[in-house]
Design a binder for this molecule. Structure first.
Ligand code: ADP
Length: 256
């Protein structure tokens, strides 16, 4: 695998990982974890082996969305990811902490190191697509993660409530700095489809995502509606059952 920078670490020698996609956002709460989970599910449904590396150490929400109750196990060679019901490999800090509700109050360098170990010390045996739920923003921690893991491309998740123009500019700069290509943008909470009238309502107003994408020569890959069924599926740990084909265009690009 081609190295993206001088700092990137080698994955565990028993790991076999083909493609690594980072999912980034400007701040928390826009649906980055949701998009990460749904991408892993979408690729799994298409027959690929998919995995999620939960690098959002201070707000880990991946295990809950998949309803994972067990903890990660290890052997003398390394740690094993936990498999979801449909066979997606997951590693998250919550699979290592004894108590899920313990807050992670570590400082940046420790968090960076933990994520690095999810890459170097976990045995990811046969992964076609690994999706990394990145820490939000473009600060120290996401930068460290990008430096230590050879990411093939990133997907930027935005929502219409944000200053999307600024977030996209920052993410573009970060990607350039790290020599990582941007696969495109996903707009979450784009609209609400009324179950009664069938009309599409733009709850947060017009988003301007298309103009912003065009300005940076990026693709808008998907627009995901606000859907109470999505949040219910996350809450119940049943994200693998989500209905909707919003991310199929992304799958097409990734699958080639
Ligand atoms: P982030 O990873 O960006 O912090 P999450 O993916 O954890 O955000 O999403 C925050 C919350 O919003 C979660 O409870 C999630 O279920 C909910 N949510 C995200 N996107 C949608 C959506 N399109 N429709 C309904 N609920 C959503």
């Amino acid at each position: 695998k081609e190295k993206h920078n001088d700092f990137s670490e080698k994955p565990h020698e028993m790991s076999r990982i083909k493609k690594v996609i980072g999912i980034v956002s400007g701040k928390g709460g826009v649906g980055k974890s949701l998009v990460t989970s749904m991408l892993a599910v979408t690729m799994k449904r298409l027959g690929y082996n998919s995995a999620v590396l939960d690098a959002d150490v201070t707000g880990p929400s991946i295990p809950k969305a998949f309803g994972i109750k067990e903890k990660a196990s290890g052997c003398e060679f390394g740690l094993f990811p936990v498999k979801t019901k449909t066979g997606i490999d997951i590693m998250s800090i919550n699979l290592l902490l004894e108590n899920d509700t313990d807050p992670v109050v570590w400082r940046g360098p420790i968090i960076g190191n933990t994520v690095k170990q999810f890459w170097t010390d976990v045995i990811w045996s046969d992964v076609d697509f690994m999706f990394i739920d990145m820490p939000p923003g473009t600060g120290d921690v996401p930068l460290t993660v990008f430096q230590s893991i050879a990411v093939d491309g990133i997907i930027i998740v935005t929502s219409p409530q944000e200053l999307v123009s600024m977030i996209v500019s920052k993410a573009v700069k970060m990607a350039e700095l790290m020599h990582i290509s941007i696969i495109g943008l996903v707009e979450n909470m784009s609209y609400f489809k009324c179950p009664d009238c069938g009309g599409k309502h733009k709850i947060f107003g017009d988003s301007h995502i298309d103009e912003i994408a065009q300005k940076h020569n990026l693709k808008v890959l998907a627009k995901i509606p606000i859907d109470p069924k999505i949040s219910a599926a996350c809450d119940k740990g049943m994200i693998e059952l989500f209905e909707g084909n919003w991310l199929d265009p992304v799958a097409k690009i990734l699958g080639g």
